[in-house]
Design a protein around this ligand. Structure first.
Ligand SMILES: Nc1ncnc2c1ncn2[C@@H]1O[C@H](COP(=O)(O)OP(=O)(O)OP(=O)(O)O)[C@@H](O)[C@H]1O
Ligand SMILES: [Mg+2]
Length: 361
């Protein structure tokens, strides 16, 4: 049997990290994950809580959001950290090969099975199996996986003897499993079994705060890697901030690497950005300010307080919110924050001063 597919999609990792120590802050503990947004804090707090358990975890989120990174964090901060984590891409491996690789097989189990072979579940004893693209797992195999999850036992192909296993399952998908269940492509029982600890990795659009942080991180990374020296124009940062990033962090990282390689040195300007970004920016230019309003601050028709409200103090609250956000995003750089807000630096300073004097900052 050819092992081409498996070689192409299985990478082994062996983490040496010590198990999670709660005295560290979330940021220090998950130092390999760059984030600032509260949604990511909440996600990693959940990771911290569930990592030590052995229960299955389901990681949901758009493509490129960092699902595999989160899976690695779960493994690294669990008691299994000294053992292996093996990722398998369920959509890339044909059913029969996937089954044989997972469970192993006896000699003569199928044509070409010349010798007995141990499965991944054997070699992973005490470790973690990361089932990526779980929505694409072949339907028949889903029933077998369910059994393994429930009984903690499995049977190699061609064998009649059950084996015990101690493997933690972490699955991920960018599809809606609920929808897949409705469409009859994913088993409802397996979905419920996996959905005990669902974790949602937000898209970059949902955590705009992280965009500039990640941009700076990747700029530094690829400058060092490619030994180039680059700076980025402020207007270009705005493009990064406003673009919708359908490919999320991976798209951002690829783009920064591409620009670093192509540009080599100097100041990154609008012309250095790919067409898709420029096109989207031009078409949304007119709606420049629409993204600015945090949903919770908007009184929609239904929520409009019938007793009325103080418009000015409400607007002041919004303004306060965005000043703080801009300072957070720019690492407390008043000049950059003012630029993001379309204010003079002095105006921003005055507003901060006023708020501070009123003890309202
Ligand atoms: N918060 C982050 N900090 C640093 N790097 C990140 C972060 N999120 C994602 N990355 C990097 O972005 C790339 C994509 O992440 P990852 O492979 O984990 O995404 P994914 O959600 O599994 O994507 P897909 O659905 O396409 O499989 C990786 O190189 C990862 O290291
Ligand atoms: Mg992935």
């Amino acid at each position: 049997m050819s092992s081409f597919y498996v070689d192409a999609s299985i990478k082994e990792t062996q983490s040496q990290k010590a198990p999670f120590a709660s005295k560290f802050s979330i940021k220090e503990v998950f130092s390999e994950i760059i984030f600032h947004d509260e949604k990511m804090y909440a996600l990693l707090e959940a990771v911290e809580k569930i990592a030590p358990s052995s229960g299955p975890v389901l990681i949901l989120g758009e493509t490129g959001t960092g699902k595999e990174l989160v899976a690695r964090a779960i493994h690294a901060h669990s008691g299994r950290a000294g053992k292996k984590m093996i990722p398998i891409n369920c959509s890339a491996i044909p059913e029969n090969i996937l089954e044989a690789e997972l469970f192993g097989y006896e000699k003569g189990a199928f044509t070409g099975a010349d010798t007995k072979k141990l499965g991944i579940l054997d070699s992973l004893h005490g470790g973690t199996l990361f089932l990526d693209e779980i929505a694409d797992m072949p339907f028949n195999l889903q029933a077998k996986l369910l059994r393994v999850l429930q009984e903690k036992k499995y049977m190699p192909l061609g064998s009649r003897v059950e084996k015990e296993m101690d493997v933690r399952f972490v699955a991920a998908t960018n599809k809606s499993l609920e929808e897949e269940v409705k469409m009859g492509r994913f088993r409802a029982d397996l979905y419920y079994r996996l959905n005990v600890f669902p974790l949602y990795v937000p898209s970059l659009r949902e955590r705009k705060k992280d965009i500039l942080l990640l941009l700076n991180f990747f700029l530094k990374l690829f400058q060092e890697k490619n030994k180039v020296q680059l700076e980025i124009k402020e207007e270009v940062k705005e493009f990064f901030f406003r673009y919708s990033w359908p490919g999320n962090v991976r798209e951002l990282s690829n783009l920064v690497e591409r620009v670093c390689l192509l540009k080599g040195e100097g100041l990154i300007s609008e012309e250095d950005l790919p067409e898709e970004i420029k096109k989207e920016m031009t078409s949304t230019k007119k709606q420049k300010n629409s993204f600015n309003i945090e949903e919770s601050y908007l009184y929609k028709e239904k929520e409009f307080p019938r007793e009325g409200f103080e418009l000015d103090s409400h607007l002041e609250e919004i303004s306060h919110f965005y000043m703080k956000e801009a300072l957070k995003i720019t690492g407390n750089n008043k000049k950059e924050a003012a630029k993001l807000l379309g204010l003079n630096r002095t105006t921003l300073m005055e507003r901060i001063k006023k708020k501070t004097e009123q003890n309202k900052w």
